[in-house]
Design a protein around this ligand. Structure first.
Ligand code: HEM
Length: 468
């Protein structure tokens, strides 16, 4: 497809129609885009089903152009996640409404607040790992899914007791069904109680009922001012702004945080087991740092993990006006795709990019437009600092209490799970409980400090002055 007109200049790409490319994408996933990049260069276009014309960008300069475009030129677009999660989800919002919603949510996710959740995360990690059997290979993703689910339900929803149990039981099958509906829009209609649309509606009704209860409990809690959960912070933020407390919109947003933050973090944790068990030297250095104290190597491991095993390959922006960059001019309706998977695998940006080498980030800040596992610009992931804190605490708790045995098995391939790419076998690891924990007392003492580099946050393209 080499379309150009006097008015528009669209990057080159294959002539194939959307259906054919869609099938190639589903079969090849990352390797399909890699092949097109080799053939057409770092910016190429293609037709995709339901998307229309997409333009994939994979250089620092082009990614920056997309992420810093004004928000009345590039929108979040008709995000299928937003369509399933509802109008109160940040994924469904654009322009001023989107900025207002971020302004409401950002303070709760600011790095300085997060250490309040450290103990809760460690408790959940210890609880879930207590079920691990010595010497038996474990597909760790189910443990990590359980930890990240309970952490979100408690830290974000403020759920405890029976409501926590109910949500813990009902949310996983409900979100699994919801994820299928994200990609298969034709199943969304309610055609009776046994249809996928009908079943999903019932999950939503149950969920709304519990969330409604949690909101009531929070509003009438005499100790509300002491509460740390994100629901209570959201409610306080709405009251401060004189906003109406709209329970349905709050429920949509809580579900958004759950969907965006649960499987993603669990998948990344499963990759950490997969990578560490195949890189014992990295594991040994992490263990040394846990004993000696400090966080520098752990942060480098986190950054490298997000680069080397990127769990969300691409983000998208929808052009609502003609969008110009580097001599190209694409028409409204085009979807711009900054590809994290492509730039993270670029040997010109990361030498020997296919090696897992945390040293490349030791004392080095990841580049704002070359390291984009959390996307960028005004739609950058709201929960990145939360995810980093959670991952670091879970990893530290795991290595403090268990020895992860090295393996010579071949690397696990990646498998798309609906939101994120996870290791195909779920990050299999074999563990031996240590007779003595690596450190006595508080293993996460060094995580009590916020892991987020606020100097880097200052360099973030998001205008925090206007978005917080
Ligand atoms: C390793 C874990 C995670 C990864 C890799 C990840 C990645 C991403 C990516 C790539 C985006 C899209 C950004 C863009 O379009 O530029 C995103 C958006 C988002 N993420 Fe995350 N995420 C993670 C964990 C979390 C957590 C723990 C939460 C909250 C509890 C969260 C909440 C969100 C929200 C609310 C958005 C939408 C932001 C907006 O549209 O303004 N994420 N995330």
């Amino acid at each position: 497809m080499t379309s150009s007109s006097a008015e528009y200049r669209i990057p080159p790409g294959p002539d194939a129609g959307g259906f054919k490319n869609g099938v190639r994408f589903l079969i090849g996933r990352a390797s399909f885009f890699e092949g097109l990049q080799k053939q057409y260069g770092p910016v190429f276009s293609l037709k995709l089903p339901t998307v229309g014309t997409a333009v994939v960008v994979s250089t620092e300069e082009h990614i920056k152009a997309v992420f810093t475009a004004p928000n009345d030129v590039l929108h979040g677009g008709k995000n299928p996640l937003g369509e399933v999660l509802g109008p109160g989800s940040v994924f469904s919002m654009d322009e001023q409404r989107h900025l207002d919603e971020r302004r409401l949510l950002l303070p709760a996710f600011h790095g300085s607040r997060l250490p309040a959740y450290s103990q809760l995360i460690e408790d959940e990690a210890l609880r879930a790992m207590s079920k691990w059997e010595d010497g038996k290979p474990i597909s760790t993703i189910s443990t990590f899914n359980n930890i990240t689910l309970r952490v979100i339900l408690r830290a974000v929803f403020g759920a405890e007791g029976e409501d926590l149990e109910l949500l813990e039981r009902e949310v996983p099958p409900g979100t699994a069904l919801g994820q299928r509906l994200v990609t298969m829009a034709f199943l969304r209609r309610d055609l009776g109680r046994f249809s996928p649309g009908g079943r999903f509606k019932r999950y939503l009704a149950l969920y709304d009922e519990v969330v409604g209860r949690l909101i009531e409990q929070c509003m009438s809690d005499p100790d509300r001012a002491e509460r740390q959960d994100i629901l209570s912070l959201m409610l306080a933020g709405m009251e401060e702004r004189g906003m109406e407390i709209d329970r349905e919109l709050i429920a949509d947003e809580l579900l958004t945080l759950l969907v965006a933050g649960h499987e993603t973090t669990a998948s990344s944790l499963a990759w950490s087991v997969e990578r560490l068990s195949r890189n014992p030297e990295v594991m040994r250095r992490l263990e040394d740092e846990i004993v000696e104290g400090g966080n520098e190597y752990m942060t480098a491991v986190f950054n490298e993990l997000q680069r080397h095993r990127t769990i969300i390959h691409n983000t998208g922006r929808y052009a609502v006006k003609p969008f110009e960059f580097d001599g190209w001019r694409v028409p409204p309706g085009t979807v711009l795709i900054p590809s994290a998977a492509l730039i993270h695998a670029d040997d010109g940006v990361y030498s020997n990019a296919d090696e897992f080498n945390p040293d490349r980030f030791l004392g080095v800040k990841p580049g704002t437009y070359t390291w984009i596992p959390f996307g960028g610009g005004t739609r950058r992931c709201l929960g990145s600092a939360f995810a980093q804190l959670e991952m670091e605490i879970v990893l530290r708790t795991m290595l403090t209490n268990f020895e992860l045995l090295p393996t010579n098995e071949k690397p696990e391939s990646e498998s798309f799970k609906g939101v994120a790419y996870a290791p195909k076998k779920g990050g299999v690891g074999t563990f031996r409980r240590r007779p003595q924990p690596l450190v006595q007392g508080d293993a996460n003492a060094s995580a009590e400090e916020c892991p987020v580099d606020h100097a880097a946050e200052a360099a973030c393209p998001v205008d925090h002055a206007t978005t917080v």
